[in-house]
Each structure stands twice: as structure tokens, then as C-alpha cells.
Design a protein around this ligand. Structure first.
Ligand SMILES: Nc1nc2c(ncn2[C@@H]2O[C@H](COP(=O)(O)OP(=O)(O)OP(=O)(O)O)[C@@H](O)[C@H]2O)c(=O)[nH]1
Length: 811
């Protein structure tokens, strides 16, 4: 019998993270909050952490003589009643104690260093305000089976029943830090300075003295892993900070200098980027006082003290038809699947659900190969990824692709094995495949939280939500709602009556109606915002998905937006960016190109090749991207595709004119035609094709390309005869035949074979049944055949008839 960590945590009123750390410290083999430990150990822990409250308060318990708890365990196990040492519990060896002492000394030093820093001073230990004031010393000589963690005997009674995160590593008495640490990620004081300084390895820059800014120097390229070390952060922490700024990089990737400088400023560090061969100052711009002030302002925004818990952003990924939308649908209790064309998700949806434990923001991404960019984007903006795998189908190509995105983005993973109700569901097979991919499920000794579910029947959904909340708790997701809002564009589109609109996820700060935001070359004064239910909302705090209207155009999906001072500034910044982009395009075009003879001939050949020109209009930006990707992947040496325009919105008269001028066809994907477009297209002879399913669009495009080529000719055999006799006529000869196969039709093409040799090819000019002319004679009957003016028939010759059909050329 066993119990899950998160259940036990509730029982002993401790947060999951602390309990996990405590258990790991005590050598339990636990990995996540949904790992289990045996009941005996759990009971002992319950006793250890709950007992003080029950045995309220004998005053003498405060006296130091209550200290020698470790002795009880070590020296008198027999005396400790009938309770046996539970599995996983260990008695410390001298080596352990030596190691702990060393760690404790390090921690103490770190504490001292933190104390020197200008940090909020926690209340002195002498005046704790414990909720359970008269609790007895936790180390009272109770013969419990689990050794109480470290010898903290002389310390004052713990003011809270659950240990603070800082108390997790075995340490010597740290009276000052323990009482002040908040246990759960609720609003409240920032983590103690001890916790943050303990995170920093020795390589971290020494904290500067009061008000001073530490300086570190780097040489590009700035690699995330190395940069984290320089800042004294764990790489995953740095990755998540980068993500909060809308920068998505994995451990071994490089980041921009500007981003690195910004990030360093957040940690009160001035970053000096030294380019190779550069001296101290020339070339490299050093941060000015203004820069530093700006950086400090930003750092203040991100100050731990201002951070509040935020809902997790969860992305649902997986292979086509494995049930992503159904799963989300069941979670949302709304029917999205039936509204989708062909039952497949063609663009990303963002929704927020609330349950007893709080809110969760979900992103639904399409499973089709065509939408890989959208999936990658989904994985990038999320905290937790749910990989949906159908129990009756197992891993498929897009499952592996999604897993790759998840790993690259470094987000937490939960596997939902769906369709458990389906015939042929084989959970063991899926778990074997998980093991093969190094993501073994927890119950198979791995670390991946795995939840069997049935989206159709609703089984396992509560557990899945619980696991998401637990994972979120462990990740300690926080953001500053007071900061200037910034976030990521999930999707953008043009909507009739509303103009350009974008689904965004706010990552930092609170976005409000009236805010001015800028995103690349587009900007918006937020005119209105809608939640996933289409309800008008006035503000969107961190992790909230909202649809924003008021944009100058459709911003690019996946790009980040930030709030600026006012609409004027937003417009200026957007214009500046547009000019920059234009400049880049022109300068690229102006670059001299080397032309080889081969290239010259290739160019000549290319101009002779046929080109299918297309104007594409799609409902949303992501679809436009997917369509372009699919069309560009069509390989043909005979016909090429030229995309004249690829835009979001309705098909307009302007599009018809553009297509007419370019000789292009218009493809409308998931979008409609503006009034009056059809007659205008007819007038100009422009072809418009509409599609709701991307694969149909691609097939139709291939057909259009093939139709531009001369058709291939294909011979279809109609029948055959054997020459049995040769009869003389007044002029020439006729062959007396038996129809051996198919049928013989007058005027059909014919070929006379003698053995392997073709003697003559022509037409069946005369076809007679006895003396009468016939149009068609079937197998098994005799007939007379004369081919054109041919007369050289011999007994045993075979005459085959056939017709030539024109078929669409292959690409
Ligand atoms: N038996 C069974 N069928 C399910 C379950 N979940 C989904 N399905 C069915 O599987 C099919 C695909 O479900 P979707 O939710 O559209 O799958 P998807 O992964 O979102 O597919 P795309 O949108 O194309 O990426 C539908 O016919 C669902 O009814 C389940 O738990 N059990």
C-alpha cells in the first residue's frame, strides 16, 4: 500500500515541493508530487509533523533537554516499541554527518553573504508569531521510526507546522531563516534571501555592496547554459526568465546581447559584452547611466516581492485524431470538435478553465503535419505540455515531433494516454514506447507523470487537472501583474466588422483596454478584449488568453508584444520596424550575386518551366503559414508554384484584380468571398477555389499544376483476335479471325503481331460478321477484319485493338 506525495503533503500541511525535497533528502526514491511512498513511512511522517499540534504544549517542552532525539533512533531502536524502521528510512552514517556538516557550513556562509546584501531582514527568531504557539519541541524523545531531519533541538519551537523550503537541506540550527519562510506560493513575502543565495553557485558574481551594481564580462556567443552559470542561476530558471521575456532558447542555444544585458540588469548586474579583438571601450557600447536606470526600473518590475502566482499555460500536443480537442472539450464541457471542418483542428485555440484549485490556461494545437510551426509555437509559450497519445494507436510521427518541441522548449511534460475506453487500448505498449524515448512513466520507474484518460467518457480528467495543478505548484509560476503588459501573439486574423484581431497570451503584467501595444510592424490601441467565451473583458492579468482588437494589421503569430507609453509611441515604433524590415529586404536584393554558367542555364530553364501563380487568402495567420509550407513542399521539375500573395482575410475585389494582373488563381482557405467578388472574377477570367481542409487544397493545387502540362498518352487494350484463315478479295485480302479477348470495334486502333514482332499498325477499317458489316464483335465469335490497306496477313497472326486515352501529366 502506498500514498502519493501530494496526498501526504495535504495530510501534513506541507507544500509538495518541500515534502519532495525532504523525502529526497531522506533517500526516498521520489521524483514528482505524484510519486508514491509506502504507507508505513507516510504514517511516520504524519506522526512526525502532525504530532506537535496534537500534544499541545507542555511548557517544559521548550526546555533544551528535549534535544537528544537522534540518539533515540540510533542507540535504542529496540526500545522504540513495536514500530519497525520503515523502508527507505536510513540511520545517518558518520560520512553522512560529515557531509551534512560541510553543507551546513556552506549554507551558513551563504546566509552571511545574503545578510550583507541589502535585503529585507526577516523578523528575529525571538518573536515568532506561530499559529500554534504552545507546540512542544518537535524533537521530544518520542520513539518514532523516521529520524527527525537535522539536530535542530535547541531551536525555538517551529512556528508553522510545515517546513519552509529553506529548511529542506539538512542544516544546523538556522533560527533566523526558518520562521520567516512562506511555505506555499501564495501572495506574500518574497522567498528569504537565504533561498536565493543558496541557489547561486560559487561562480556567481559576488553580490555588490549596498546600492552598487555588480559587473560581469562575457564574450559572444552568449550561450544559455554558460550565461546561467555566470548569473548564478540554474539553466532552467534562466530559460523560464527568458520565456517570460518572449525569448525561447534551449540550454545550448545562444541569445542576443541585448536580451542578455536586459536579463543581467534584472539581477542587478551590468553585463559587459566584449567582442573578440576589442579593447575595453571601442566598438562595444557600454551601458549608460540612463540604460542602467532603465534596467533597474525593469528589474524592479520583476522584483521577487512584486511577483504573484499565475495560472499555468498548458499546451495540448499530439498526433492527428488522438483526441486533443476532445480532451480539451471535455475539460471545457463545450463542443468544439463538431464545429471544426472535417473534424480537425486547423488553428490554435486558447482557453482558460477554472476549477477548485484555480485557473489553467490551455492552448489547443492542430495535429496535422502541415501545422508544425503552430505546434512549435504552442510548445514555446507554455509552462506544461500535455502530450496526448491514443492508447489504441501509440506513438505516431506527430507524437514524436511534438515530443521534440517539448524537449527543445524545456517545458514540463505530462503524458495523457487517451482513448482508454477504445477497443484495442494498450497502455503497456504506450508505456514501453515512452520508455524507449527516455520519458518512462512514473510507475515504470521514470519521471513522467502519466495519466490514463478517456476524453469521450470523461474518465481520468479530474486526475489530469490535479496533476497539472501539482506540476504548476512545483514550477512556482509567478509574474508581476503590476508590470507593463507583454506577451505572445498566438494567432491573428482579419474578421469582418472587427478588423484585424489577435489571440494573445499575456505573460507579464496586466493588459488593459486602452493600452497601447506594439508587435513588430503592427501596433494597437486596445479597443476591446474578449475572453475565450467571447465575453468582453476590461483587463487580462498574466497567463490569460484574450482576443484583442484595435490592431493596425495582423501581427505575426509567435511574436511578442509589449505595452508602450501611448498610441503615438506604438505607431512610431511599428513604423520604424516596418522601415527596418523593408531596408533589410532591399539590401538583400541589392547584394551582388555570383553567376555561374550552370546557374545561368538553370535560370533559362526556369523561365521556360511552367509556373502556377497563386493568390492565397486564409482565415488566420497560422493557416496562411501552413498553406505556404505545404505548397512549397510540392516537388516538380516541370511546374513551379509562385505565391503572388499570401494573406489573411476575405477574398476581395482587389485580390481579383491582383490575380488578374498576375495571371494567378485565387485559393481561399477557410475564408469567404466579399460581396461582388464572384461576378468580377468571372469578368476577369480569374479562377477562385475555396477549401476547408488543407490536404484538399494541396491536392487541387497539384492537379492545377499538372493541368498546365501536356497530357500523357495512355494505351488501353480493347480486345484481341487470332487469324485463322486468309481470304482473297477482289482487291487485296481479308483475315478470318476468332475474337480471343475483349471486343473488336470498327475503326479502333489495331496492331498486328507475328510472334514478338509488330508487323503493322493501323485501324480496323472493315469488320464483318459473316457477310454483314458489324460495329462490334465480342470474344468467342468469328469475324472478318481488314486493316487499312494492309494485305500481308498470315495464319497465327494476332491482331490487338486498343484506344489511346489522354491522362493528366505527372508532375
Ligand atoms: N473511443 C474514444 N474516442 C475518442 C476519445 N477521444 C477522442 N476520440 C475520438 O477521436 C476522434 C478525434 O478526436 P479529436 O479530438 O478531433 O482529435 P484531435 O487530436 O484534436 O485531432 P486534430 O484536431 O485533427 O489534431 C474523434 O472522432 C473523437 O470522437 C476517447 O477517449 N475515446
Amino acid at each position: 500500500m502506498s500514498i502519493r506525495i501530494h496526498e501526504l503533503a495535504k495530510k501534513i500541511d506541507m507544500d509538495n515541493k518541500s515534502l519532495l525535497a525532504l523525502l529526497k533528502e531522506r533517500n526516498f526514491d521520489v521524483k514528482t508530487a505524484s510519486s508514491t511512498i509506502d504507507n508505513i513511512s507516510a504514517e511516520a511522517l504524519v506522526e512526525e509533523f502532525a504530532k506537535p499540534a496534537e500534544t499541545e504544549a507542555p511548557v517544559e517542552a521548550e526546555t533544551p533537554k528535549a534535544a537528544p532525539a537522534p540518539e533515540v533512533v540510533e542507540d535504542k531502536p529496540a526500545q522504540t516499541s513495536q514500530v519497525r524502521l520503515p523502508a527507505g528510512v536510513f540511520v545517518k552514517s558518520p560520512a553522512d554527518i560529515a557531509r551534512e556538516k560541510e553543507e551546513a557550513a556552506k549554507a551558513l556562509e551563504a546566509e552571511k553573504a545574503a545578510a550583507r546584501a541589502p535585503a529585507p531582514v526577516p523578523p528575529p527568531p525571538s518573536a515568532p508569531v506561530p499559529p500554534r504557539p504552545a507546540a512542544p519541541a518537535p524533537t521530544a524523545p518520542k520513539p518514532v521510526s523516521i529520524p527527525p531531519p537535522p539536530p535542530r533541538a535547541p531551536a525555538p519551537p517551529p512556528p508553522v507546522s510545515r517546513p519552509a523550503p529553506a529548511a529542506v537541506p539538512p542544516s544546523p540550527p538556522r533560527a533566523a531563516s526558518a520562521p520567516s519562510a512562506p511555505a506555499l506560493p501564495t501572495k506574500g513575502p518574497a522567498p528569504t534571501p537565504v533561498a536565493s543565495s543558496a541557489e547561486k553557485p560559487a561562480a556567481a558574481p559576488a553580490p555588490a555592496a549596498d546600492g552598487e551594481i555588480a559587473t560581469i564580462q562575457v564574450k559572444p556567443p552568449i550561450i544559455v547554459r554558460e550565461f546561467a552559470q555566470l548569473l548564478g542561476l540554474k539553466p532552467f530558471k534562466l530559460i523560464s526568465e527568458l520565456m517570460e521575456q518572449g525569448v525561447f532558447a534551449s540550454m545550448n542555444q545562444t541569445i542576443d546581447e541585448a536580451v542578455a544585458i536586459d536579463l543581467a540588469a534584472k539581477h542587478d548586474i551590468v553585463l559587459e559584452v566584449k567582442h573578440r579583438g576589442e579593447g575595453q571601450t571601442p566598438g562595444q557600447q557600454q551601458p549608460t547611466k540612463k540604460d542602467i536606470a532603465k534596467q533597474k526600473e525593469k528589474a524592479a518590475e520583476e522584483d521577487e516581492a512584486n511577483l504573484e502566482p499565475r495560472p499555468p499555460v498548458v499546451c495540448i500536443l499530439g498526433h492527428v485524431d488522438h483526441g486533443k480537442t476532445s480532451l480539451l472539450d471535455t475539460i471545457r464541457k463545450a463542443n468544439v470538435v463538431s464545429g471544426e471542418a472535417g473534424g480537425i483542428t486547423q488553428h490554435i485555440g486558447a482557453y482558460q478553465v477554472s476549477n477548485d484549485n484555480g485557473k489553467i490556461s490551455f492552448l489547443d494545437t492542430p495535429g496535422h503535419a502541415a501545422f508544425n510551426k503552430m505546434r512549435a509555437r504552442g510548445a514555446q509559450v507554455t509552462d506544461i505540455a500535455i502530450l496526448v497519445i491514443a492508447a489504441d494507436d501509440g506513438f505516431k510521427p506527430q507524437t514524436d515531433e511534438a515530443l521534440k518541441y517539448i524537449k527543445d522548449a524545456g517545458v514540463a511534460l505530462i503524458v495523457a494516454i487517451n482513448k482508454m475506453d477504445a477497443k484495442g487500448a494498450n497502455i503497456d505498449q504506450v508505456k514501453t514506447q515512452m520508455q524507449q524515448r527516455d520519458i518512462a512513466s512514473e510507475d515504470w520507474g521514470g519521471e513522467t507523470i502519466t495519466v490514463p484518460v478517456s476524453a469521450l467518457k470523461g474518465d481520468g480528467i479530474d486526475t489530469l487537472l490535479e496533476m497539472i495543478q501539482l506540476q504548476a505548484e512545483v514550477l512556482e509560476l509567478r509574474a508581476n501583474p503590476q508590470a507593463k503588459a507583454s506577451g505572445v501573439i498566438i494567432e491573428s486574423q482579419l474578421e469582418v466588422g472587427r478588423g484585424p484581431l489577435a489571440t494573445v497570451i499575456v505573460q507579464r503584467g496586466t493588459l488593459r483596454v486602452g493600452d497601447a501595444i506594439v508587435c513588430g510592424k503592427e501596433w494597437a490601441k486596445v479597443r476591446a478584449m474578449f475572453d475565450d467565451q467571447g465575453k468582453n473583458v476590461k483587463e487580462a492579468p498574466p497567463s490569460t488568453p484574450v482576443r484583442v482588437i484595435g490592431w493596425s494589421g495582423t501581427p505575426e503569430s509567435g511574436s511578442t508584444f509589449t505595452t508602450v507609453k501611448n498610441a503615438r509611441a506604438a505607431e512610431d515604433m511599428a513604423e520604424e520596424e516596418a522601415d527596418k524590415q523593408k531596408g533589410q529586404v532591399t539590401s538583400k536584393a541589392a547584394e551582388p550575386k555570383e553567376v555561374s554558367v550552370e546557374a545561368l542555364f538553370a535560370n533559362i530553364a526556369a523561365t521556360q518551366a511552367k509556373t502556377l501563380k497563386l493568390v492565397i487568402k486564409s482565415d488566420v495567420y497560422g493557416s496562411a503559414e501552413a498553406v505556404r509550407g505545404m505548397l512549397e513542399a510540392i516537388q516538380s521539375e516541370k511546374v513551379s508554384v509562385e505565391i503572388v500573395a499570401n494573406e489573411v482575410g476575405l477574398v476581395t475585389k482587389n485580390d481579383v484584380q491582383r490575380a488578374s494582373a498576375a495571371g494567378a488563381t485565387i485559393l481561399a482557405f477557410n475564408t469567404k468571398l466579399e460581396n461582388g467578388v464572384t461576378p468580377q472574377a468571372k469578368h476577369h477570367g480569374v479562377r477562385i477555389e475555396s477549401f476547408k481542409i488543407i490536404y484538399e487544397l494541396v491536392d487541387a493545387t497539384r492537379d492545377m499544376m499538372a493541368d498546365m502540362l501536356d497530357p500523357d498518352l495512355k494505351e488501353v487494350k480493347l480486345g484481341a483476335v487470332e487469324v485463322r484463315e486468309v481470304f482473297p478479295l477482289a482487291k487485296g485480302f481479308v483475315a478470318g479471325c476468332l475474337v480471343t479477348e475483349g471486343k473488336i470495334i470498327r475503326n479502333a486502333m489495331a496492331r498486328l503481331r507475328r510472334g514478338k514482332e509488330t508487323v503493322h499498325e493501323g485501324k480496323v477499317q472493315t469488320l464483318k460478321r459473316f457477310k454483314d458489316d458489324a460495329n462490334e464483335i465480342r470474344a468467342g465469335l468469328e469475324c472478318g477484319i481488314k486493316l487499312d490497306d494492309f494485305n500481308g496477313y498470315e495464319k497465327g497472326d494476332v491482331i490487338e485493338t486498343f484506344e489511346v486515352q489522354k491522362v493528366r501529366a505527372s508532375l
